[in-house]
Design a protein around this ligand. Structure first.
Ligand code: PD2
Ligand code: ZN
Length: 285
């Protein structure tokens, strides 16, 4: 992380004034970047300033949770292919902030077909984890149907999980079981964050099973006829759902400042099938 731009007392003062006037940390970060600050430096300045201000008795509500390590593919030398156990995966797109990487050819066609057939039998209307209670409930923002495999439940799951662990340099044990979703025409997944909201009362019990989610990998098991892209509204990015490809994104703290807001646009024709792998901070049990 570069500190070429010094974090001066004036800058700290300005950050505190903005935050005290009701500006969200995201809005302050945006202003800083717009006036030429390097994003990493700006984020560090924001985090340090607001944390210290709070420790000194400033108002609550400004606090940014601390950043934690996240999964990350080996992309330093921008190779077009990454070897993941038994497959060469193509790197189709990378974005630094938010961290997003689109991979080609992560899952073989016959593996996609097998995942769909194994999941089809178990589909029920999708449930999302209900953070108020720590239980589950049907969520109208997600009009798909879905199910979870246990980790390693089938040979094909095991193979895909090993590949994901190698690709993202993150232990298999820190992954939740693969989730499969089916979207029929008209179904969508409205924009949301995949991390658990720290403000919700049910979150502490969810976090006991391996800590926060820190990254997601949405893998496309088929190519819908029309619609069904994955979008990142904060940066205006739209990823085409193509069989075997996958979109990875990470979030180092459970906060909108990560700009990891994302959604699935309505399927307009045909079906859309995905399998999602969520990566936790620690061992998922
Ligand atoms: O299917 C998608 O494109 C999608 C979009 C947003 C999947 C998820 N979120 C998810 O599984 O969390
Ligand atoms: Zn999601």
């Amino acid at each position: 992380m570069s500190h070429a731009q010094p974090i001066t007392a004036e800058l700290r003062q300005w950050i505190i004034e903005q935050a005290s006037a009701g500006q969200s940390p995201e809005a302050v970060l945006k202003s800083m970047c717009a006036s030429g600050w390097n994003e990493d430096v700006a984020l560090t300045a924001l985090e340090e300033t607001l944390t210290r201000h709070l420790d000194e008795g400033g108002p609550k509500g400004l606090k940014l949770p601390p950043g934690v390590p996240v999964p990350e593919p080996d992309l330093d030398d921008m190779r077009p292919h990454l070897h993941a156990v038994d497959r060469d995966v193509t790197v189709l797109l990378t974005m630094r902030s938010p961290r997003i990487v689109v991979f080609g050819g992560l899952i073989a066609d016959d593996e996609c077909d097998e995942m769909i057939e194994l999941a089809r039998a178990r589909l029920a209307r999708s449930e999302t984890v209900e953070t108020a209670t720590g239980g589950s409930e049907v969520n109208s923002a997600r009009t798909s149907e879905g199910m979870f495999f246990d980790r390693g439940e089938h040979a094909v799951c095991k193979r895909i999980e090993a590949r994901i662990a190698a690709l993202l340099n993150w232990p298999v044990e820190n992954g939740e079981g693969l989730q499969v979703l089916r979207y029929r025409p008209g179904a969508e997944y409205k924009p949301h964050y995949d991390y658990f909201d720290p403000e919700q009362s049910g979150t502490p019990s969810i976090l006991r099973r391996g800590g926060q989610r820190v990254a997601s990998l949405v893998c496309y098991l088929n190519t819908p006829e029309r619609g069904g892209s994955t979008v990142f509204p904060d940066v205006g990015l739209e990823v085409a759902p193509i069989k075997g490809n996958a979109v990875f994104f990470s979030y180092d703290r459970p906060h909108p400042i990560t700009r990891s807001l994302h959604g699935g646009t309505p399927v307009l024709a045909g079906e859309k099938w995905v399998t999602t792998k969520w990566l936790r901070e620690g061992r998922f049990v």
